[in-house]
Write a protein that binds this ligand. Structure first.
Ligand code: HMG
Ligand code: MG
Length: 298
């Protein structure tokens, strides 16, 4: 059964912009985030506290966080790979943090320079500190539907990492199709394997649209009753450590589908579309979203 409401976690300012060749200045990021919040987005990833040598696009996250005018009822989240990242999150008063691992050993190695098991160990002090300081954290499992390096990813491997992250206290486990290769039946099998080991209502989905399957996969997740959806305005993004990965599904496309299905997201589609055009115009190319293009100027 479909959920009555869905919670969109907007990742464009982080997962999106981390993969743009040009470094977008902090003021533009701030305007993007504030416009998204004006459009009704209530959970938003504003950046990441990672090594600026690894991801230079996110080097100004502290600046972005300090320039934002915060709105009550909105969750401003940052991605943190280790204690140094956690300290950055605390210093900028982030509402919540995100930790991340993967179902692919090779990807994990390339993304954060350690094995899956080591990544969980590295996150233990972060989750302990966050728990003692009452900072909620969500966790993401990359490469859940396929790896850019050709290894087979089994539903069981995804379920195993998900369970470990859940046992570490994450309030949400976001199952990520980093390279956008999933199709609906496979997606369901993976989500069902995960739902056997953790509660359905903590499962989130984060699908990239590389092969044009993301909306179909979101529909498969919604049909199972999953209501935590990650998406990226204008379909911005990719992942610097996943060769060939294109953007996340566009938030506009997801909201259009939810509106049509009578599932409440709290987001105003025309304002969202204007925001997609705002950032796309800045980047000098049209949004990849069909909805944003169809609704231009409406
Ligand atoms: P390392 O080189 O193994 O770590 O990198 P290290 O501890 O040896 O540190 C190396 C240098 O980085 C040192 O500086 C540290 O101070 C600095 P140096 O002495 O060389 O000048 N450093 C930091 N600087 C700022 N903030 C920090 C930090 N930590 C260390 N937090 C590390 C390990 C984890 C740092 C590195 O691999 C890294 O930053 N990786 C992040 C990669 C990343 O952001 N990837 C994208 C996010 S994940 C994603 O997109 C997937 C997701 O969207 C879901 C999906 O779609 O799949 C979530
Ligand atoms: Mg992603």
């Amino acid at each position: 059964t479909y959920p009555r409401k869905a919670r969109i976690f907007e990742v464009g300012a982080r997962d999106g912009l981390q993969n743009e060749k040009q470094i977008v200045p902090a003021d533009i990021k701030v305007e993007l985030i504030e416009r998204l919040v004006d459009a009704g987005v209530s959970a938003i990833e504003t950046g990441s506290y990672v090594s600026p040598k690894w991801v230079p696009q996110m080097a100004d996250t502290a600046d972005v966080m300090s320039k934002l005018t915060r709105r009550d009822g909105v969750t401003y989240a940052v991605l943190t790979p280790n204690m140094k990242g956690y300290e950055g999150a605390l210093a900028s008063n982030a509402d919540e943090i995100e930790i991340f691992s993967a179902a692919s050993e090779i990807f994990n190695q390339k993304n954060i320079n350690c094995s899956i098991a080591e990544s969980l160990e590295r996150f233990a002090p972060v989750t302990e500190a966050a728990t003692s300081q009452n900072i909620p954290y969500r966790a993401s499992v990359s490469c859940a539907l396929g790896s850019p390096f050709g290894e087979e990813i089994t539903p069981q491997a995804v379920a195993d990492v998900s369970k470990k992250l859940y046992d570490m206290g994450a309030y949400e486990i976001s199952i990520a199709d980093t390279i956008g290769v999933g199709t609906p039946i496979k997606t369901k099998k993976v989500l069902e394997a995960v739902a056997e080991v953790i509660p359905l209502d903590v499962i989130g989905v984060h699908f990239h649209d590389t092969y044009g399957q993301a909306l179909a996969n979101y529909h498969a997740a919604l049909e199972m009753g999953i209501s935590r959806l990650d998406s990226s305005v204008a379909g911005l993004g990719g992942c610097p450590y996943a060769p060939g990965a294109t953007g996340n599904v566009a938030t506009e496309d997801v909201v259009y589908m939810l509106d049509g299905m009578g599932i409440e997201s709290g987001i105003d589609l025309p304002s969202l579309v204007k925001t997609a055009w705002f950032i796309s115009d800045y980047l000098g190319r049209p949004p990849v979203s069909s909805v944003a293009r169809a609704m231009k100027g409406k």
